[in-house]
Design a binder for this molecule. Structure first.
Ligand SMILES: [Fe+2]
Ligand SMILES: [Fe+2]
Length: 179
């Protein structure tokens, strides 16, 4: 498997962990618990899922796949773009719900985000990424990996990972201790 794809799939695993945790928060009997940490979840989505992960997909992977004649049979990229934009719109709903202290609106937005991203990640892991492995030339794969390495360095991937793994533990502990 291409190293760049492995890298994206690892990021998916952390996004899925956060989604599960966020869903567990929505099931807590006391809504104050969810409101106390909603900003932290939104921060993760902005910084990790969107600016870090989606940006790498959009600015690098999609760009390589959009080169004419790379994808010969079907092109799932427009649908992937659409889902990224839909995810961004749902996060705006979450932010508005937090601002206006609207519990139902917040919970609905979280469920929508969870469902959208779980399905999106499934499609990428099982359809888009294998397609990239099959369709890209060896030269394109090498160049793509260089772009990934450059971006990971520029965005300081190591500290982003450390920050959000630490935050995950904090959020998980907070929920376990909440009564
Ligand atoms: Fe994506
Ligand atoms: Fe992705």
């Amino acid at each position: 498997m291409m190293l760049a794809i492995e890298n994206l799939m690892n990021e998916h695993q952390l996004i899925l962990k956060y989604i599960d945790l966020m869903e567990r928060y929505t099931r807590h009997i006391n809504p104050a618990v969810l409101f106390a940490k909603a900003d932290s979840f939104i921060d993760f989505i902005h910084q990790f899922a969107d600016d870090f992960h989606h940006a790498k997909e959009e600015d690098i992977l999609f760009r390589y796949l959009e080169v004419p004649n790379v994808l010969t049979h079907c092109n799932p990229i427009p649908q992937m773009w659409h889902e990224h934009n839909k995810a961004r719109a749902i996060v705006e709903d979450m932010e508005n719900a937090v601002l206006n202290h609207q519990l139902t609106m917040l919970v609905v937005a979280i469920h929508q985000y969870a469902k959208l991203l779980q399905e999106h990640i499934y499609k990428e892991d099982n359809i888009l990424y294998p397609m990239a492995e099959r369709s890209l030339s060896d030269a394109a794969k090498t160049s793509l990996l260089n772009d990934f390495v450059e971006t990971d360095m520029r965005l300081d991937s190591a500290s982003i990972w450390q920050k959000y793994q630490t935050l995950y533990t904090e959020l998980s502990d907070y929920l376990n201790e909440a009564v």
